[in-house]
Write a protein that binds this ligand. Structure first.
Ligand SMILES: Cc1cc2nc3c(=O)[nH]c(=O)nc-3n(C[C@H](O)[C@H](O)[C@H](O)COP(=O)(O)OP(=O)(O)OC[C@H]3O[C@@H](n4cnc5c(N)ncnc54)[C@H](O)[C@@H]3O)c2cc1C
Ligand SMILES: O=C([O-])CC(=O)C(=O)O
Length: 595
């Protein structure tokens, strides 16, 4: 085992991790640990844009952006955080421009902007052009730009280092009201080096989790193989809560049957969704902004069209994205990659044929709870000194129950930057917390058990069954029965996971072993999602329960918090504590959500 000592350790080299590294790296001795090479992080797959009310092509302002974000999130958004994000958006885009990001331009040379779902002028009156973009490769450009700037600032990367545990220590503490509690403090992380199989412990004053989402809990997803919810699961196992895990975003336009993403920019540029009869059905569901309604509404409308028998194709199980009325030159300039996906994977020519699409699991609104300084919370009010989270792994909560398109690339830049600054500031005045003795041993034991196991279960089989179950029962529409079915399946798979073995028994480049570890994280994430979904007996944003079809502000205008707690029980499940946390409302009271 090797021990390293840094002021700040950042786990993850996607957009959030690298934006944090640019700040922390200039202020403190900083290391970035990443399980894949930085430029392969999933931010690089982001397509359509990053929004900011620059008002380059139309009147716009950060207050309208805040309002759209709050309404888009069905009023579950913490409004202090949404205000910070919308205000700081403008500098976040200009910072990237100064770092060298090649945005598309207007004829006058300004950063061009286009329409996206739920972004409107003057509180919902009409769609507004707010998304800054680089064709349909915005994430690729952001990731490359951030990486180049990390290199410029001599940030130290530890590539193919898998973080498998977070080292926290607990101290007795007393609250202002006299009640005793256990205060968690950050000591470091335990990681596994892929090339050697060696364990490395990183002691750090500040740790920033920026490990991205968990889309691989589903079979049909726009997410890469690596998005297995590691950071969320590691925090959950360490006794920290997970917030709002019932809210998963299904992006409306996945390639039918595959889930590969076709950017919402296709509709921003004028694309239209049609059912088998050729009807522009979104006119019925969202008469004002139609195809540019927020994603939860569009995804449910598509699923409803299919349920009503108006789906297209031999099995009537998808709808059609029609771009045929757009000029081919416009498509080539603005949507080159995604139209190529349609040709390559479905053999469809978007110039002349509509493209089969259906909702695909895309984004986690929930995650590790943080405040606007990106500090991680151990309960509703108490921060864990030295621990930060930013990006998709975190729940700050700027997206509430449904994120607007292009608000994630913004989130990772705004809160990634904040995490880097505050983590470095904390490290400047704090001392290292002593590493807990043998803190790495549970990880070593877990790895060795998995490597030496001879059980009959296979990682790939359990993962496939989990993904199929989540696809079937934790979908756009859900109810008590379907959620309980998913939960029962997860419990069964968790039992079988105890008997899993990996084929590769070696120490070097053992990806088989790491997939086994990742499967454990996926099972934990699925458990937290289904329990949170059981607890929220209402419909809001991305969580639509057919047995509770209305939003219930009286009882559920609150975030859900799921804890692992041996002394507690939730809905018959032992070892789980379910709590809620108030939503921060600064200016917008909940209203009926119509578009
Ligand atoms: C196809 C697609 C298109 C999208 N398009 C857009 C868009 O146009 N606009 C928009 O706003 N949003 C978009 N999104 C969403 C957005 O891209 C993501 O939410 C965002 O990029 C996540 O960034 P991140 O930095 O949090 O995580 P990621 O970019 O996923 O990075 C995670 C990092 O964590 C590391 N990591 C994970 N686990 C471990 C571990 N155990 N140990 C060490 N390292 C670890 C990984 O190596 C990686 O470096 C899109 C998403 C998808 C899937
Ligand atoms: O390009 C897309 O549709 C994806 C996107 O903007 C997002 O997830 O915010």
């Amino acid at each position: 085992m090797q021990v390293h000592k840094y002021d700040v350790v950042i786990v993850g080299a996607g957009g959030a991790g690298m934006r944090a590294a640019i700040e922390a790296g200039q202020r403190a001795h900083t290391a970035v640990l990443t399980k894949i090479y930085p430029t392969r992080s999933h931010t690089g797959a982001a397509q359509g844009g990053m929004c900011a009310a620059l008002a380059n092509v139309e009147e716009d302002n950060w207050e309208w952006h805040t309002f759209d974000t709050v309404k888009g999130g069905d009023y579950l958004v913490d409004q202090d955080a949404a205000e910070v994000m919308a205000k700081e958006a403008i500098d976040a885009v200009l910072d990237l421009e100064k770092m060298g990001l090649p945005f598309n331009r207007t004829p006058e040379g300004k950063i061009d902007q286009r329409r996206f779902g739920g972004h409107t002028r003057d509180h919902g009156k009409a769609p507004v052009r707010r998304a800054c973009y680089a064709a349909d490769r915005t994430g690729h450009m952001i990731l490359q730009t951030l990486y180049q700037n990390c290199v410029k600032h001599n940030v130290e990367f530890f590539n193919e280092f898998y973080v498998l545990d977070l080292l926290l220590v607990e101290e007795d503490a007393v609250r202002e009201d006299g009640t005793a509690y256990k205060q968690k403090r950050t000591a470091g992380v335990v990681s596994y080096e892929l090339a050697t199989g060696e364990i490395h412990v990183f002691q750090a004053k500040s740790v920033i989790f920026a490990t991205g989402g968990a889309g691989k809990v589903y079979k049909t997803t726009s997410n890469a193989h690596t998005l297995t919810g590691d950071g969320m699961a590691i925090a959950y196992r360490a006794g920290l809560p997970l917030e709002d895990m019932e809210f998963v975003q299904f992006h409306p336009t996945g390639l039918a049957g595959l889930g590969i993403l076709l950017s919402e920019a296709a509709r921003g540029e004028g694309g239209i969704l049609r059912n088998a009869d050729g009807e522009r059905f979104m006119e019925r569901y969202a008469p004002t902004i139609k195809d540019l309604a927020p994603r939860d509404i569009v995804a449910r409308s598509m699923a409803e069209e299919v349920r009503q028998g108006r789906g297209a194709g031999p099995n009537k199980d998808y709808v059609l994205l029609d771009l045929t009325h757009l000029e081919p030159s416009h498509i080539d300039e603005k949507l080159p990659d995604i139209t190529e996906f349609a040709r390559t994977y479905l053999g469809v020519e978007p110039y002349t044929e509509p493209v089969p699409v259906f909702p695909t699991c895309h984004y986690f609104m929930g995650g590790i709870p943080t405040n606007i300084k990106a500090e991680v919370l151990q309960d509703n009010d108490t921060v864990v000194p030295g621990l930060y989270a930013a990006g998709e792994v975190a729940c700050v909560s700027v997206h509430g129950s449904n994120r607007l398109g292009t608000n994630s690339l913004l989130d990772i830049n705004v809160f990634g930057r904040r995490a880097g600054i505050y983590a470095a500031e904390y490290a400047a005045q704090a001392d290292w917390v002593e590493l807990p003795e043998g803190g790495e041993l549970p990880t070593v034991e877990h790895i060795e058990n998995l490597r030496s196991a001879t059980g009959s279960e296979r990682v790939a089989d359990i993962r496939a069954e989990l993904q199929e179950s989540m696809d079937a029962d934790m979908q756009v529409f859900r109810d008590e029965d379907s959620i309980r079915r998913a939960l029962a399946k997860i419990e069964e798979l968790r039992g079988r996971y105890e008997n899993v073995s990996v084929q590769d028994k070696g120490r070097r480049f053992n990806l088989d072993l790491l997939e086994g570890m990742e499967l454990g994280y996926l099972l934990d994430i699925a458990e937290a999602m289904t329990l949170a979904a059981l607890g929220r007996k209402e419909s809001r944003g991305g969580h639509y329960r057919e047995d509770y079809p209305d939003r219930d502000d009286e009882n559920f205008m609150a975030h859900t918090m799921i804890y692992r707690d041996e002394t507690a029980e939730m809905e018959g499940v032992k070892g789980i504590r379910f709590e809620t946390k108030p939503v921060v409302v600064t200016r917008y009271q909940p209203m009926e959500r119509k578009y």
